[in-house]
Design a protein around this ligand. Structure first.
Ligand code: ZN
Length: 324
């Protein structure tokens, strides 16, 4: 519809002004300090002595206590919802305005999609950190499983008291029109319920998926030393030989380890989703979903057997079930 196209053009014109724009700054309310480091390490279960033990830290390459690098944005992180308290009163947040702009145009959904941190140096006790934010990029409108949306790259740059950059953090969010409200761009974009993501098939692993399609669970076996390996890869990790042959697995094995996923729920999968690391009787391991039993019944050592089944979208996958 013409009006929609016009509104979209209007939004995109405004977005262009945002690329490269300053999106606020936030001085750390406190200098880098031992108390916050101690809390962080306690929560994260990190017992590295260079973070807390003055004596050990002095004798390390750091020459003194340093903060865990992953704490970088903890020093300056403002509360998420204004009004901010006095400690963060100096903070400004232009990014909120950008988000409001998206909301005005119907992109009411928001989801964080990527997070990429770069560390230039370790922070030391007493460092004063300031974060400044720049809108680095805004994508074109893209169809996604959630709806039509724009990806927004915001980079936080962390600087110390000497204005030296000590690290940065790229945070990517997507603003989208929730699918039911979205205007179809093409018939492909409004297609049915999403299914499992198909596996990437390339020169080194297509043969394995072709085996699955025929109903065979194959294992890669080094032709030189006989060691089995999975997932498929070109070289033997034991003897570096590039020669290999496929061997059919009987599909029986035991649960070596497993995890039960509840969140985040990706379309195309049923939850709780049990992901097992299965030790095949032949002597190599494979990651696959374990089905046919309640997550609570699963245990390490459970004897399982493979079944190759077709999933929505027509793809075949190996699943493991408790052996009868
Ligand atoms: Zn080998």
């Amino acid at each position: 519809m013409a009006t929609d196209a016009k509104r979209k053009a209007e939004l995109e014109e405004k977005l262009r002004d945002w690329v490269g724009a300053d999106a606020g700054s936030c001085p750390a309310p406190d200098v880098v300090n031992g108390q916050m480091i101690r809390h962080w390490c306690a929560v994260m279960g990190d017992s590295n002595p260079v973070y807390q033990d003055a004596e050990a830290a002095k004798n390390s390459i750091h020459g003194g206590i340093v903060a865990p690098p992953a704490m970088m944005n903890a020093w300056t992180m403002p509360p998420f919802v204004p009004p901010w308290d006095d400690l963060a009163a100096e903070a400004t947040d232009g990014e909120q305005e950008l988000h409001q702009l998206f909301e005005q145009y119907g992109y009411t959904g928001v989801v964080g999609t990527d997070h990429d941190m770069e560390i230039r140096r370790y922070l030391r006790l007493g460092d004063e950190i300031t974060a400044s934010k720049v809108v680095e990029a805004i994508s074109e409108e893209k169809p996604t499983p959630l709806g039509l949306g724009y990806f927004i790259d915001v980079r936080w740059i962390f600087r110390d008291q000497n204005d030296e950059e000590v690290g940065s953090l790229l945070f990517r969010t997507m603003r989208y029109q929730p699918a039911q409200e979205a205007m179809p761009v093409s018939s492909a974009a409004v297609s049915s319920v999403p299914t499992r993501l198909p596996p990437p098939k390339g020169h080194d692993n297509a043969w394995w998926w072709e085996g699955i399609d025929r109903g065979e669970l194959l294992i890669q076996k080094c032709s030189a030393c006989g060691v089995l390996r999975h997932p498929p890869r070109p070289m033997c990790g034991e003897c570096q030989s590039l020669d290999w042959e496929p061997e059919a697995s009987a599909g029986s094995g035991t649960v070596y380890s497993f995890t039960v996923l509840h969140h985040p729920q990706v379309p195309g999968y049923e939850y709780p989703l049990v992901v097992g690391l299965i030790e095949l009787d032949e002597g190599t391991r494979i990651v696959a979903n374990v089905v046919g039993c309640e997550p609570g019944e699963l245990q390490i050592g459970l004897v399982v057997e493979a079944h190759i089944e077709k999933v929505e979208g027509g793809m075949k996958l190996p699943f493991f079930r408790p052996a009868r």
